[in-house]
Design a binder for this molecule. Structure first.
Ligand code: SAM
Length: 249
């Protein structure tokens, strides 16, 4: 690990390594499970599919995905969990020893160490707004997705949920703060098709004695959950044009 971050990805690595050391990797399951479960249901996963979990953190969602695509009549599915924090990857590997269809990879969303046209589905939970160059990350996502592959980007920080803006100043790394409309436009500019979005409210109750450092008070936290997270969905078009008389496999 570098002492001084030389580039934005290394800064993210150092920051999220500290999150991992503080036990935040596992704790995020509690905060993100309700909305992630709703997103995963919309992914309509099938046994045999190849899935990327981009910014997988401690790997709890990766394991949910792996259970859904594992062995079945349509083959063996596999999930790749990728994260810029090597400490998160260590946590994820340690908790996933019983899974034979997960591979955790240390790397950046801006340079995904994988071959093109590979993944059927991609999930990214609470990670996309950290990527220093979102255009570059989207180009990479486009490259590694299979034709007709569908992506699901879930984010809690966006301007249409004004309560989410309370934590921007509390973060130690820069983030993108965009609107739902801006994100939809960004995906279309990257040539994704069937671009759509949904709001996913977090239906978990907030107890009166809940302690929060991220929100000004519990009423703001409850209002934030009610508006909910933004789920962006899009598909990679099939750009392969077969020569006359040839079939594309
Ligand atoms: C808020 S955490 C969410 C982790 C996990 N998806 C979850 O819900 O528990 C954000 C994650 O994104 C990762 N991340 C941030 N920037 C990244 C980048 N450029 N490439 C890959 N991962 C990144 C962080 O290391 C961190 O694990």
């Amino acid at each position: 690990m570098p002492d001084q971050p030389a580039n934005p990805d290394q800064k993210l690595q150092l920051e999220f390594n500290q999150w991992a050391e503080r036990g935040e990797g596992e704790k995020m399951e509690r905060h993100h499970l309700d909305i992630t479960g709703k997103a995963i249901r919309l992914m309509d996963l099938r046994p045999g599919e190849r899935v990327l979990d981009l910014g997988c953190g401690a790997g709890w969602a990766t394991r949910l995905l792996a259970r859904l695509v594992g062995e079945g009549p349509e083959g063996f599915g596999q999930v790749v969990g990728l994260d810029v924090s090597d400490e998160m990857i260590r946590l994820a590997r340690a908790s996933s020893r019983d899974f034979h269809n997960i591979l955790y990879v240390w790397g950046s969303a801006q340079q995904i160490p994988w071959e093109e046209n590979f993944f059927d589905k991609m999930l990214s939970v609470e990670s996309f707004y950290y990527y220093p160059d979102q255009d570059r990350a989207l180009s990479e996502i486009f490259r590694v997705m299979a034709p007709h592959g569908r992506i699901f980007i879930l984010i809690n920080l966006y301007t249409d949920n004004p309560y989410s803006l309370q934590w921007v100043d509390k973060l130690n790394v820069p983030v993108h703060v965009r609107s739902e409309a801006e994100y939809l436009d960004l995906l279309k500019r990257h040539a994704f098709e069937n671009v759509e979005s949904r709001r996913l409210p977090d239906d978990t109750p907030t107890p009166d004695d809940y302690q929060t450092k991220s929100f000004n008070n519990l009423e703001d936290l409850r209002a934030f959950k009610k508006i909910g997270a933004l789920l962006l969905m899009a598909s990679k078009p099939d750009l392969r044009t077969p020569a006359p008389g040839y079939k594309v496999y």
